[in-house]
Design a protein around this ligand. Sequence first.
Ligand code: UT7
Length: 316
Amino acid sequence: MSGIKLMGTGSALPAQEVTNFDLEKKVDTSDEWIVTRTGISSRHYCTGEENHLGLCTAAARRALESAGIGPEQIGVCLVATLTQDTMTPSTACVLQKELGMPEDTVCFDLNAACAGFVYGLHTAECLLAASVRKYALVIGCEVLSRITDFTDRSTCVLFGDGAGAAVVEWREDYPSLCAVMGSRGNREVLMIPGVNTGAASYIHMDGKEVFRFAVEVLPRCAKEVAAKAGIGLDQVDHFVFHQANQRILDFAIKKLRLDPEKCAGNIAHTGNTSAASVPILLDELVRSGQLHSGQKVLCAGFGGGLTWAGALLQLA
Ligand code: UT7
């Protein structure tokens, strides 16, 4: 047996909170529609000096502090994102300098959209097995407000900005994440044009199709992770699912017959923060004292690509 455990978490949200009532002033929408269809009441947007790197750095510092680990102990630094400040250098490389991680730290950004953080956990687990230093910093960070089309009311009310970070340690006697990952290449359902297309980099989404995809893969992914770990879903202490839409979460909870008490959510005040949503929620559980040492957390994400990923993470 070998694998990783969660040693510490951190998160950062921009100062500005944007409520549904604020959006009503510039978009043809209503608080009632947004709350009923998504469960979202407010989200945070970066303003002024705030940016992607600032959110990442703040979340990473908090995670290192809560783990009691110094930057010099990190062997792998991964940032899951699709909204980095610069295409190159990667955020992970800039963060390496910012925090003072050693030069032989493996640093890169990865794009698996909303499944990115869980993809990152599994990637860190694999890389740490071959690393001299056995700690990794895995971050999910997005500034989605910068790629939101405020003339498209069906997408602009959903997304928010934020960052979440986790410090994990690899040991031979730690349990495997038993990660399950997948992808189904699709450009039509969820797409953000890149730099070479000449089109504005805004989120284009067929909400109904994403919804169908999510309610198909999320319950299946959770079941497959538990089966791989050889446990029943009733032996999982917490489920931390990507916060995309409360109705998707309610569907999965019902289909898997999960105890809603084990399925905390924060979409009401964060909105959908893509790769950041799972680590932000993890951090909220740790800091509020709901997640205890030795407990098992089943994390799962799904999104653009299309991608999905699930993993069973244990708090050290
Ligand atoms: O992170 C992963 C990526 N994203 C997701 O997981 C999103 C998954 N999909 C969804 O969450 C939902 O499909 C949405 C929340 C995006 C949309 O909900 P829906 O129940 O699928 O609504 P709809 O697109 O079928 O629209 C229903 C009605 C339409 O009006 P008509 O044609 O019935 O008159 C829309 O024009 O609601 C209207 N509408 C709105 N009304 C007020 C769409 N957006 C809004 C809005 N405010 N913001």
